[in-house]
Design a binder for this molecule. Structure first.
Ligand code: NAD
Ligand code: TYD
Length: 350
């Protein structure tokens, strides 16, 4: 069956994997990549599929209401998969309002555009909002986030994502908009912007720069290979029940310091360094304010209802990721020039 789907944030990290999956797996669909190309958006991330006949790119900011209406009129999409966001916790601590604008107001603009364009005719329409496990706040040593865990965000990033989730559900309850939502754990993989832990540390090991571990390094995250998240998004988009939420996670918890040591070991092997070389770069630095101690997802619902599970182990995924960064030094050079240098100096050398 033919469909037209608008994917927002398709030039970013996760969005580029979702766009690639949909363009290649569904040749009968028209895929519209809507992206404002902020510092995190990069058309190099989807260069390999940009000539596909079912791929369309629209440079569009979700804060521009008229632009969104015009885009919905032009394409009359059957579905929206919304990933565009400001996504980095550290940047949200410095500039919270940017997160309110894009993540909250931008999401409401998109909901309004869909509601207006679809004019109450919701048969076979779908608005899919992609969110994060960070909305649930922090766990202690035990327990997992389920779909019914109470929201308790602590960073401006997670607060803005929590607000956007509430608006998406409100549009379902108030206007019957056929929404579906997922909350996922930390992703890693190719095309990850090197401001987040794993790509930042891979880049710093290549550059022989210090590896800045926040606080005591005992913070825990659940890591998922980005291509497995894209496959989960495909399932939720096509088979998720309207109005429902699905938690997505890797069943893969790591304390930051243990993860960094594994990364150092794998990097030493790939680079032909003697064992222990990269670990010497580990430097404990001032903690992140409001730092959540532990995230862990219970992904039973998506697993039992939709049959999803991660396809690679963490060691496999991390190996693939490191290989990709070592083979794509030009990409890394491009994204770490310009604004990135100013960001890095401000964040780590002040
Ligand atoms: P990213 O920062 O790599 O990409 C965000 C994309 O959105 C970029 O291409 C950017 O240009 C675009 N964008 C930003 N502001 C925009 C605006 N105002 N209008 C239009 N486009 C705009 O983010 P990501 O890591 O790929 O995350 C994608 C989504 O997944 C986000 O909603 C994020 O909250 C969610 N998420 C991320 C993770 C993770 O580990 N990265 C985990 C769970 C959920
Ligand atoms: P990050 O990749 O920013 O993802 P999130 O904050 O969304 O979980 O950070 C992952 C973990 O790594 C988090 O506990 C913070 C920590 N961290 C560091 O210790 N040093 C760093 O330089 C960065 C960017 C993160």
């Amino acid at each position: 069956m033919s469909k037209t789907i608008v994917i927002t944030g398709g030039a970013g990290f996760i969005g580029s994997h979702v766009v690639r999956l949909f363009v290649t797996k569904y040749p009968s669909y028209q895929i519209v990549n809507l992206d404002a190309l902020t510092y995190a958006g990069n058309l190099e991330n989807i260069r390999d599929i940009e000539k596909s006949p079912n791929y369309n790119f629209e440079k569009q900011n979700i804060l521009d209401v008229e632009g969104l209406d015009a885009l919905f009129a032009k394409y009359n999409p059957d579905g929206v998969i919304h990933l565009a966001a400001e996504s980095h916790v550290d940047r949200s601590i410095v500039s919270p309002l940017d997160f309110v604008y894009t993540n909250v107001i931008g999401t409401v603009n998109l909901l309004n555009a869909a509601k207006k364009a679809w004019q109450g005719s919701f048969q076979d329409r779908r608005f899919y909002h992609v969110s994060t496990d960070e909305v649930y706040g922090a766990l202690g040593q035990t327990g997992f986030f389920t779909e019914s865990t109470r929201y308790d965000p602590h960073s401006p990033y997670s607060a803005s994502k929590a607000a956007s989730d509430h608006f998406v559900r409100a549009y379902h309850d108030t206007y019957s908009l056929p929404i579906v939502l997922s909350n996922c754990s930390n992703n890693y993989g190719p095309y990850h912007f090197p401001e987040k832990l794993i790509p930042l540390f891979i880049n710093n090991i290549i550059q022989k720069k210090p590896l800045p571990v926040y606080g005591d390094g005992l913070y825990t995250r659940d890591w998922l290979f980005v291509k497995d998240h894209a496959l989960a998004i495909d399932l939720v988009f096509h088979q998720g029940k309207p109005g429902e939420t699905y938690n997505i996670g890797g069943f893969n918890e790591w304390k930051n310091i243990e993860l960094v040591k594994l990364l150092c070991k794998l990097m030493d092997e790939k680079l032909g360094n003697s064992p222990g070389t990269s670990e010497k770069l580990i430097t404990y630095v001032k903690d992140r304010p409001g730092h959540d101690r532990r995230y862990a997802i219970d992904a039973t619902k998506i697993s039992s209802e939709l049959g999803w599970k991660p396809s690679v182990t963490f060691e496999q995924g991390l190996g693939l990721t490191i290989d990709w960064y070592l083979e794509n030094t030009e990409w890394l050079k491009h994204v770490t020039s310009g604004e990135y240098q100013q960001y890095y100096t401000k964040q780590y050398q002040s």
